[in-house]
Design a protein around this ligand. Structure first.
Ligand code: ADE
Ligand code: ZN
Length: 327
């Protein structure tokens, strides 16, 4: 079979990856030991067993607990380097990494520690692996507008270290409008704008991410199909959707992978991309997402594989000259 080989080897970018979600249980235990942090689980196996989620919140509880082992610049560096080595093996030429500063500053870890560790990993990945990358700072939407503004203030001295901002964490009850003024400010600062929308939340959240926040890409967005007018718009404007198939199944957005709407979104002419979201928690890195999705959806073939890889390059925030070279 040639298709798996194509899926594995084709150059691709990853546009929806929470770096804290790449923290494997083995590394969690290693960092816990190094930093003297006590974990609620006795072993790697016990922790992995707890990765049985019923919805987004049940995942977030464990994900934030896992991040508690990250204290020093070196920890953020080691975590990101482990991801970059994995990404390189999957023929990722460029990755845009989400990071959640508030998950760390709330525990007394400084913004500087986080951004320095991640930046040094991005530079090392480029130099030693040839993988290019950008950082996207995410606001936790379950926290207040005021907290988001305080985070943006913290981030300003490091403005050149990240390309844009995103919005993640619990979607339901935390609509895009809550962050209208924060995003307006980020826009003034020349930051690129993305937001999670239409993962668990309704199609209305996708409309408002576009019209109120003025985002350039929608993270997930799979619930757009509930509104045909919205699907029409996403197609007409070629708004990229960073879809994460294995994540959607693990978090019960779709019951099984063969019920996933990725193939129909592509067929409707949307700019769909395939991504891994939180690969350490959801059972696979980007190539695993490609392989399992193509295995489960018979409508997907070589043509769709090329389209998805090209979409990922076109939708990235990488410099035009790099994008040209990867196509
Ligand atoms: N944080 C990490 N992964 C996330 C997801 N899939 N949705 C919302 N917030 C997240
Ligand atoms: Zn996500």
């Amino acid at each position: 079979e040639r298709l798996p080989e194509l899926l594995r080897t084709m150059p691709k970018t990853e546009l929806h990856l929470h770096i804290e979600g790449s923290l494997e249980p083995e590394l969690i235990f290693q960092l816990a030991q190094r930093n003297g942090v006590k974990l609620a689980y006795p072993s790697v196996e016990a922790l992995r067993k707890a990765y049985a989620f019923t919805d987004l919140q049940s995942f977030l509880d464990i994900y934030y607990a896992g991040a508690s082992v990250l204290l020093k610049e070196e920890d953020f560096f080691d975590m990101a380097m482990a991801y970059f080595r994995r990404a390189k093996a999957d023929n990722v030429v460029h990755a845009e990494l989400f990071f959640d500063p508030q998950t760390h500053t709330e525990r007394g870890v400084s913004f500087e520690t986080v951004v320095k560790g991640l930046t040094r990993a991005c530079e090392t990945a480029k130099r030693e692996l040839g993988v290019s990358s950008l950082l996207i700072m995410c606001f936790l939407r379950h926290l207040s507008e005021e907290a988001a503004f305080a985070t943006l203030e913290d981030a300003l001295p490091w403005r050149s270290h990240f390309v844009g901002v995103g919005l993640d964490s619990g979607e339901r009850g935390n609509p895009p409008e809550k962050f209208a003024r924060v995003y307006a400010k980020c826009r003034e600062l020349g930051l690129r704008l993305v937001a999670h929308a239409g993962e668990e939340g309704p199609a209305e959240y996708i409309w408002n991410a576009l019209d109120v926040l003025k985002v350039e890409r929608i993270d997930h967005g799979v619930r757009c199909v509930e509104d045909p007018k919205l699907v029409q718009r996403l197609a007409a404007e070629q708004v990229p959707l960073t879809v994460c198939p294995l994540s959607n199944v693990k978090l019960c957005v779709f019951k099984t992978l063969d019920q996933h709407n990725l193939a129909s979104l592509l067929d409707a002419g949307l700019c769909v991309t395939v991504n891994s979201d939180d690969p350490a928690y959801f059972g696979g890195y980007i190539n695993q997402n490609f392989l399992e999705t193509f295995d489960s959806l018979p409508a997907l073939g070589a043509r769709e594989a090329y389209q998805l890889a090209l979409n990922s390059i076109d939708a990235s925030f990488a410099p035009a000259v790099d994008k040209q070279a990867w196509r």
